[in-house]
Design a protein around this ligand. Structure first.
Ligand code: GTP
Ligand code: MG
Length: 635
């Protein structure tokens, strides 16, 4: 029987109607008992479990691992401790030992926080947050009650294999498929990594909760889409209000201020983000290098959380980003080969400098992931179905809209069945390189909605349709030059793997399989050492709002912010060359970012710029800031 018992009647009816249109391979076996590997956990359930863990957790800086027994005893006074994780962060020369404590319930954490004291230093403003430190024990006062607690500590320490260990493991793997699986197992986000990401979100939520009790921070991107590496960044969405679950019959209503710029929601959001970034910068423990990038398509606040050791990007009104992550998570859950394959290809792209940790004119991990998914829709038979199948199968519970974007698609994979495709990971990896080696990037775009390619609607070197906002191209930032590099690397990888098979008996201790693909490649100038901590706006005095209109005026932003409506006019290469007599300030900055190699070079560059400004000031009347911008135009 095709329909599991627990599906609501409405949905069952819907399948009945659309059944003839759905490819047979989606129906013939139940997904849950398929080759998908682990049992499927719906995204909502996963997020809610992780958020609950974060609500019960406390992050404590300790002198060292031996303090864990002491800490366990202290925490047990407030309630049962469920788990403890130890890790260390290193920032410059400072090493910090941290323990993440999970209580059995949120009330225990509340009790612990209520009896936490502030540091006795005058210049420090007391802040309540679940980030604390364990002071050295004081001699017990005669009146103090001795807590009757056990100090048995079961502390988890995760170890992530080093690059050398991974290489050794790959050398010893039986075949390429095993290598791909090993890369995934060694590099995927760990349990602690995932907990710390939700906990970092919780910190900001707690910080804002006094004024905004409904504030909700959700992680998205690789932290939750199941394609995240151990040290991936943390993308977050902040929502200040949630009026959906309120009792509208209540007679008492909060007084509230009307926004000063209510007519323009974008300006309102920018103002709110200004305030939030100031709060993070001034008060929230561990937040450093706070930068605002508010003129981007999706304005963000970037900062580093030193105590959980991660780079963070905070945005508002970006729920569709969260649903995009859910969609990727679903694809990762659909077949157990998807995640290892994406990891292997992302690692290859990173090592060959096809992608870069910095935003720029190259392919991003997000675009690359969509390329892998597209390829898996085009295998014969397909490994995964196109998005339109998930949209057709969506039930009433799956309806979601965010920022006016329809994000409705099937959420419960239990009703899907496994693919009939039996190819090994090795076959799929080879197939990926063959497929894109032959792909007509010049004329065709990729759509994971249809699982098919199409004639590119506008000139753009690489066209990958945004699966949720279909008129956008997620890889609009990619230049022809970078696409060519990608294609060259793909061809190289394809032939390298073929060569590898022919000389299989000669492997011995020689790098083979994935190791032969990675190797050392020349790092293009454009990808080199942009120091993420540099505030380019400040260095170059560029006020984003004041920049003249340009086709791509964001500064140091990730591609999510680079996507633009495909119907916007994109200048041809000839037009660009003609326009190039004057650089737009941000374009120039982008070039500087890309051309600079080391932060030390920056000093020289800034000195040079300043010298120019001073010289020009001597001749003209304009002030220094205006002149600085002018230099940026002409140079
Ligand atoms: P890494 O951070 O590189 O590990 O991967 P990531 O998937 O987290 O990518 P990134 O931090 O650049 O972006 C975070 C999320 O924003 C992605 O997972 C997507 O959901 C979304 N995103 C990224 N680029 C775009 C884009 O061009 N358009 C849209 N609509 N969303 C994007
Ligand atoms: Mg990310």
């Amino acid at each position: 029987m095709l329909f599991p018992q627990n599906i609501p009647l409405l949905r069952t009816l819907k399948y009945n109607i659309i059944l003839p249109k759905i490819p047979f391979h989606l129906y013939n076996r139940n997904y849950c008992h398929s080759r998908a590997g682990e049992a499927f956990v719906p995204f909502d359930v996963l997020v809610s479990q992780r958020r609950n863990e974060a609500r019960r957790s406390l992050l404590v800086e300790v002198a060292g691992l031996p303090s864990s027994a002491d800490l366990h005893q202290v925490c047990s006074q407030y309630g049962a401790v469920r788990k403890m994780f130890h890790y260390a962060t290193r920032h410059g020369n400072v090493r910090k030992e941290m323990i993440l404590v999970e209580f059995a319930d949120a009330e225990s954490l509340e009790r612990a926080l209520q009896s936490t004291r502030s540091p006795p230093t005058e210049r420090i403003i007391p802040v309540h947050s679940p980030f604390v430190w364990l002071s050295a024990s004081q001699p017990a006062s005669p009146n103090s009650k001795k807590a009757n607690v056990s100090s048995s500590t079961n502390i988890t320490q995760e170890t992530v294999p080093s690059d050398e260990e991974l290489q050794l493991q790959l050398l010893q793997s039986r075949d390429l498929s095993e290598q791909i699986q090993n890369v995934y197992e060694c590099q995927k986000l760990t349990e602690l990594g995932s907990r710390l990401r939700f906990f970092t979100c919780r910190q900001v939520e707690v910080a804002l909760s006094g004024l905004f009790p409904q504030a909700c921070i959700l992680p998205f991107g690789s932290s939750v889409n199941s394609f995240g590496r151990v040290n991936c960044d943390l993308d977050m969405i902040l929502e200040l209000s949630d009026v959906t679950n309120q009792d509208s019959t209540q007679r008492l209503v909060f007084q509230a201020k009307k926004s000063r710029s209510a007519a323009n929601p974008r300006i309102t959001m920018q103002r709110h983000m200004e305030v939030i970034s100031d709060i993070l910068d001034n008060f929230v423990p561990g937040c450093s290098q706070v930068r605002k990038i508010l003129a981007a398509r999706v304005p963000i606040i970037k900062y580093r959380q030193d105590l959980t050791d991660m780079e963070c990007d905070l945005s508002m009104a970006n729920r569709s980003g969260f649903y995009m992550s859910e969609m990727l998570y679903l694809y990762g859950s659909m077949d157990k080969r998807v995640r290892p394959l994406v990891f292997a290809i992302r690692k290859w792209a990173k090592d060959r400098h096809v992608t870069s940790p910095y935003a720029g004119r190259w392919v991003t991990n997000f675009s690359l992931t969509l390329m892998v998914l597209f390829y898996l829709m085009r295998t014969s038979p397909p490994v995964i179905p196109p998005l339109q199948t998930l949209i057709k199968l969506a039930g009433d519970d799956d309806v979601r809209t965010a920022e006016g974007i329809n994000c409705t698609f099937l959420r419960d994979l239990k009703i899907l069945t496994a693919s009939d495709n039996m190819q090994s990971l090795e076959d799929l990896l080879r197939g990926f390189f063959e497929f894109y080696d032959k792909f007509d990037f010049k004329e065709r775009g990729l759509s994971i909605v249809k699982g098919d390619d199409f004639v590119k609607p506008v000139h753009s070197a690489l066209y990958i349709q945004n699966p949720l906002e279909r008129e956008l191209n997620v890889s609009r930032n990619v230049t022809l030059e970078e696409l060519e590099r990608l294609r060259t690397e793909i061809t190289h990888a394809r032939y390298r793997l073929e060569e590898d098979t022919q000389h299989i008996e000669e492997h011995g201790q020689q790098p083979w399989g994935l190791l032969s693909l990675w190797g050392t490649s020349h790092k293009p100038q454009a990808h080199r050492g942009l120091n993420a901590s540099i505030d380019w706006q400040e260095v170059f005095h560029i006020q984003e709002q004041e920049t003249p209109p340009s086709s791509n005026k964001q500064l140091n932003v990730s591609p999510v912010h680079a996507a633009t409506k495909s119907d916007e006019k994109v200048p041809s290469n000839g037009e660009k060359a003609r326009n190039n007599t004057k650089f737009q300030p941000v374009e120039r900055t982008k070039m500087l970012k890309e051309e600079l190699i080391m932060p030390s070079d920056l000093n020289g560059l800034v000195t040079k710029l300043k010298r120019n400004v001073v010289q020009k000031n001597a001749n003209g009347k304009k002030n220094k800031k205006q002149k600085m911008n002018k230099v940026m135009y002409k140079w």
